[in-house]
Design a protein around this ligand. Sequence first.
Ligand code: NAP
Length: 363
Amino acid sequence: MSSTPTTLPSLATYSLLGRSGLKVSPLCLGTMTFGTEWGWGSPKETAHRVLARYLEAGGNFVDTADGYTNGTSEELIGEYFAEHGSRDAVVLATKFTFNARAGDPNAGGNGRKNIHRALEGSLRRLRTDYVDLYWMHAWDGLTPVEEVLDTLDALVRAGKIRYVGFSDVPAWYLARAQTIAELRGRERVCALQLEYSLVERNIEREHVPAALELGVGLCPWSPLASGLLTGKYQRQGEEVSGSGRLAAIRGAGNPNFDKLFTDRNWEIVDTLVEVAKGIGRSPTQVALNWITSRPAVTSTLIGATKVEQLEENLGSLEFEIPREVAARLDGVSRPELVHPYIFFGPEMRARITGGTTVTRNRG
Ligand SMILES: NC(=O)c1ccc[n+]([C@@H]2O[C@H](COP(=O)([O-])OP(=O)(O)OC[C@H]3O[C@@H](n4cnc5c(N)ncnc54)[C@H](OP(=O)(O)O)[C@@H]3O)[C@@H](O)[C@H]2O)c1
């Protein structure tokens, strides 16, 4: 029996972001590495070459935040488009939430006063008069959800932002916000940005089903676990060798990075390196390919501190992972099945459906 060949996506194979009319590439260029202020990014010339190469390859989705490299990331993007004049052809996304003035509680968070302050700063640095996708960077645990929705809705109506996304939020908060937005006729949330990779799959429990149910496009960040999944770091006992961001900041007390060097993660890296070799691809490309084909994922945020890295990463769309390889990767990285999710797995489902197979239509 012959199988129908599938068409592989390219950077210029655009998808709708969630239940919106915004069309985005399967790989979004993350620019947290634009600028050297944080000790592990790239200077202007490299950042501009990375951006130029991404756009030349057909990419149309660029992600930044007001606070990345203390504002330099937004400034470098603004400079680039001011020089090259193609700003309207890209989906430019930035974020608000983090505090910009120590000691001032209203210079951070998700209240109306801070959202307006943050947006004015971003528009100035980006040298534009609108943002295509405005992300709430993180849940602040404080602001009433109605105020967040009303503020963002008003900004859409004023033409200052085009679409709304949430990053780093609990799934219940997304569900509450989306339901209120729908019932009150406010701008819906079209995208969700969360850490997701072969070594960080915890969002599969709540956020992935929520994104599918609520019509939200998932945009994973740190798909290479800050470089760990490239296979360029090695362990010798307690020592870690290899150069890059993780080596530069190891032991500096950032829990997001220090959590990465665990026995479990080294086992995932070992398996990844082995299977990648077996199919003639790099671990980087296999790790990125794996994430781009996960349920709910619309566009994956990639990072590159060199043009050569970007080139390799773009090659992740050129192949399909064989089923047996995918099964090995899934097996070694699967998150622990904890309560109450054990009730939603295939064994319990069979006890609910009486052993029959029932599929559901998502409409
Ligand atoms: N919403 C949030 O809270 C949040 C948080 C983090 C990131 N983000 C977004 O997600 C984007 C991507 O995150 P990320 O930079 O952490 O992604 P990542 O893909 O996990 O890590 C990218 C880093 O890995 C290394 N790398 C990438 N490709 C490589 C290659 N082919 N060979 C060797 N090394 C390679 C580079 O660092 P070195 O050269 O230093 O090794 C690069 O900067 C960010 O730019 C940002 O837009 C969002």
